[in-house]
Design a protein around this ligand. Structure first.
Ligand SMILES: C[S@@+](CC[C@H](N)C(=O)[O-])C[C@H]1O[C@@H](n2cnc3c(N)ncnc32)[C@H](O)[C@@H]1O
Length: 310
């Protein structure tokens, strides 16, 4: 299957990274290497480290990046393991990092991966097929309360209690095996007016289960606690998010890194000694322009935030 993914906010990321031809850059979500191709192209003596937790993406990226093979290293890992990835490569700090979060179009389009509510497939949804947890486990074994929580928190699904109850009822008869079986259960729990909405009735629930299966928010939180420590002074961190939950984590960690003294205002002198370690480059999140939105609907929810290590 051809790996075809339209990179989002490509020019804005390249500008945000302020690439130096001799720098070391890390793309933590290599995917089809759309962003990485543009980074690698700008390097002379520099180096690009491309990380992805999905081996299918790594194979496609290696082909795309073949013209620059001597300056590219690919790593099969979770970006939450940033410290380990860089330690293993003997790299202290890099000149820039990019994270384009979420799933790629090929992951969604390959029905067998089980991400799509449009095609029937076993309930999987793992980005890394070596991981143990699948959507099948979540749907068929997680406690009703936990199901309700993820549907509500990660999917912002209004009918979370009803959907969780319907899943528990159905799996009491027989395990829910496939994506389309799950879609039927979700539909059965929603009132008729909700089924008439423009958005597919299973969209939010599928997003919630995918986030849980891949611990997507946990990975972003862990990354954001590490990233600035592994950037050189002047090094840029660019993160593209696709929903408010991720964006909230990225925004708050960038603000925290940019904050100095946290003593109460009534203290005459600072006793906390906290100094800012970063400066925020994008006061407001950078979003796609009209032209990009027209040709790539995925870009609609994308937000890019950029910060620089001091
Ligand atoms: C939106 S796509 C990236 C597309 C890429 N920027 C391009 O232009 O082709 C996201 C990719 O990140 C990977 N990914 C998501 N979360 C990850 C994580 N925690 N660690 C490593 N890779 C991750 C996914 O497997 C997917 O291939």
């Amino acid at each position: 299957m051809e790996f075809s993914h339209k990179s989002v906010l490509l020019d804005e990321c390249i500008e945000g990274l302020a690439i130096r031809p001799d720098g070391i850059y890390l793309d933590g979500t290599l995917g089809g290497a759309g962003h990485s191709y543009e980074i690698a192209k700008r390097l002379m003596t520099g180096r690009l480290i491309g990380v992805d937790r999905d081996t299918v993406a790594l194979e496609a990226a290696a082909i795309r990046l073949a013209p620059f093979a001597e300056r590219v290293t690919t790593v099969h890992s979770n970006f939450s393991e940033l410290d380990r990835i860089l330690d293993d490569l003997g790299i202290d700090a890099v000149d820039g990092m990019l994270f384009d979060l979420g799933v790629s179009s090929p992951q969604l389009d390959d029905a067998q991966r089980g991400f799509s509510y449009m095609a029937d497939a076993p309930l999987d949804m793992r980005m890394n097929r070596d991981d143990a947890l699948t959507a099948y486990e979540v749907v068929n074994t997680w406690q009703p309360e936990e199901l309700r929580r993820i549907l509500c928190e990660y999917g912002e699904e209004r009918y979370a209690p009803q959907i969780a109850a319907a899943i528990v009822r159905k799996r009491g008869e027989a395990p829910i095996e496939t994506t389309l079986e799950l879609v039927d259960v979700i539909r059965s729990a929603m009132p008729p007016q909700a089924l008439r909405e423009k958005q597919h009735p299973a969209k939010r629930s599928f997003q919630a289960i995918r986030i849980a299966v891949n611990d997507e928010l946990g990975a972003v939180s862990k990354l954001m606690k590490t990233a600035f420590r592994r950037l050189k002074p002047g090094g840029r961190l660019c993160v593209i998010t696709f929903h408010s939950l991720e964006d909230r984590i990225v925004k708050s960690e960038m603000q925290q890194a940019a904050r100095g003294c946290t003593c109460p205002p009534e203290f005459p002198v600072c006793v906390c000694g906290k100094k800012p370690i970063a400066r925020i480059i994008s006061r407001k999140p950078i979003i796609s322009g009209e032209a990009e939105l027209e040709e790539n609907p995925r870009a609609r929810s994308a937000k890019l935030r950029v910060a620089e290590k001091i």
